[in-house]
Design a protein around this ligand. Structure first.
Ligand code: BGC
Length: 521
């Protein structure tokens, strides 16, 4: 509920609401995990499928010829095909568009309906893809999957945050990322096995997405809508009975009243988009754009989408390259656990900076290793020995680990905790859409860039890794252990961002929210 505190206008925090971690809440977590799984499954499945010869033969015969029959002498360019990348990247443009629409559906019709819509769109995309007879069906299927991901990514984290007892909110945020990585790994493993089925194994890979989709559909049908969303839509009676069910107790009046008050206060904020442009929110706007931008320019999705293709490019056999992406996928999951453990202990900045340096070193080493073997011409200078390939995979795994405990989870966690309520929805939409947009860009241009920049491509990402580490060092304040509602203090005390916030801002804001001006401490 709104109240005054030392840092300015804040929302009350650390209230002891009674209630248990009920089975209801646990089911909620599982549904949330499914939201991450469908996203991760998509990230992980496309690379393996586009490296399966039968898939290429059916849909992209020219690439198949170049690749299988080895008609291209330049290794860097043998997979360069805009239409192959379109298969991967359509999903992210569709997700970007859907997340913009989904924010209204989620607000006006509830989180549950958004999830349901997401589940259906996703399921139909998976079926169309599994039955695909031509490239058009493939692309339409991917677009539907993207719409599904857009709806799910918009509604599931919100649903989670509102259902979870407040004490578990932070951990749940990274569990969402963990489930993304599990989705990627499951997809990598399935690709490995399905690739053994000649001719139609890829159909199983693509069709496998129906399973998490069905789970999310059933989940959204059986779960209650969140009390917050019911209150927002004027259904107070239903909200209070749901709250009792969720918390497993009768005495929920305190929490209920606070939810009502918070909802009224947030209704007074009419122009979140316009607010975001105010000078005092310059730091927030910068972070909402810079963090997802930099997350994608670590180059992580080059590995996530194209690892099997990359491994094939450097001379691995089909099976070996699929197995290598299973290995990188497993490291991705395990290293995410490190961030769950360390994020509140060591802080965000340390993880960001350590991860950035580790990734920088790995990208430079990968560039050197690939450059030495393939030179600028893209022709093998000598046979790739097994040990050489193993060293390369090891460095790629080290790189993935660094991402998984730094920019991976923090790229979602930090934006979710730094925005004050009055700009939260708008800033979050910007964060999600910038992320999807640059995911699209990287997916779409990677193979072309590899063809032109050759091993220099890895130096290109190394350059961005350097830039983002410097950016974090100078511009991101530590947010560890800081209640979301007190976050304004960290910006006010920051050497750079502090100058954008004047003392008057607080009084102005208070007046706008119908509160008396306060003394500034
Ligand atoms: C990123 C994805 C990425 C995944 C890898 C997520 O945080 O947003 O683009 O593929 O991590 O684990």
């Amino acid at each position: 509920m709104p109240m005054q505190s030392g840092g300015g206008f804040v929302f009350q925090h650390e209230k002891e609401y009674p209630g248990n971690l009920t089975p209801f809440v646990l089911v909620t977590c599982i549904v949330a995990a499914m939201g991450g799984l469908i996203f991760g499954y998509d990230i992980g499945i496309s690379g393996g499928v586009t490296s399966m010869p039968s898939f290429l033969k059916d849909f992209f015969p020219s690439v198949y010829k170049k690749e299988e029959l080895n008609t291209s002498t330049n290794q860097y360019c043998k997979f360069d095909s805009q239409i192959v990348t379109l298969f991967t990247s359509t999903l992210y443009i569709a997700a970007l568009l859907a997340s913009l629409v989904a924010s209204t559906v989620t607000r006006k019709l509830g989180r549950r309906l958004s999830m349901l819509v997401g589940g259906f769109l996703f399921c139909s995309g998976a079926i169309i893809n599994a039955l695909a007879q031509n490239v058009a069906m493939l692309i339409i299927g991917r677009a539907l999957l993207g719409f599904g991901v857009g709806f799910a990514n918009q509604s599931v984290p919100l649903y989670l945050a509102e259902m979870a007892p407040y004490k578990y909110r932070g951990a749940l945020n990274i569990i969402f990322q963990l489930s993304i990585t599990i989705g990627i790994l499951v997809a990598n493993v399935l690709n490995y096995f399905f690739a053994m089925i000649d001719n139609w194994g890829w159909r199983l890979s693509l069709g496998g997405a129906t399973i998490p989709a069905i789970i999310i559909i059933i989940g959204s049908l059986v779960l209650p809508d969140t009390p917050n969303s019911l209150i927002e839509r004027g259904m107070h009676d239903k909200a209070i009975s749901n709250l009792r069910k969720i918390r497993g107790i009768e005495q929920v009046d305190k929490e209920f009243n606070d939810l009502v008050e918070a909802s009224e206060a947030s209704k007074k904020v009419n122009h979140p988009w316009r607010n975001l442009l105010q000078r005092r929110y310059r730091s927030h706007l910068t972070m909402a754009i810079a963090i997802p931008f930099f997350q994608q320019f670590t180059g992580i999705n080059v590995i996530m989408f194209y690892a099997p293709i990359l491994f094939k490019t450097i001379g691995f056999q089909n099976n070996a390259s699929l197995m290598s992406s299973v290995i990188t996928g497993a490291f991705n999951v395990l290293a995410t656990l490190v961030s769950i453990y360390g994020v509140d202990k060591w802080g965000r900045r340390i993880l960001f900076i350590e991860g950035g340096i580790q990734m920088f070193v790995c990208q430079v080493v990968v560039a050197i290793l690939i450059g030495l073997k393939f030179r600028v011409s893209g022709n093998l200078s000598s046979q790739v020995h097994q040990w050489y390939a193993i060293v390369l995979v090891l460095f790629i795994c080290t790189y993935v680990c660094a991402f998984a405990w730094s920019w991976g989870p923090l790229g979602w966690l930090v934006p979710s905790e730094i925005f004050p309520l009055e700009i939260r929805s708008a800033a979050q939409s910007i964060n999600v859409s910038v992320n999807m947009f640059f995911t699209f860009v990287v997916a779409q241009v990677f193979l072309t860039m590899l063809c032109h920049l050759k091993f220099g491509l890895f130096l290109f990402f190394a350059f961005f890794l350097f830039l983002m580490s410097v950016f974090i060092y100078f511009f991101l304040p530590e947010t560890k252990g800081m209640p979301i509602e007190e976050m304004s203090i960290v910006w006010k005390n920051h050497w750079f961002w502090g100058r954008f916030i004047t003392h008057n801002d607080d009084d102005l804001k208070m007046a706008k929210m119908g509160q008396p001006p306060k003394r500034f401490h």
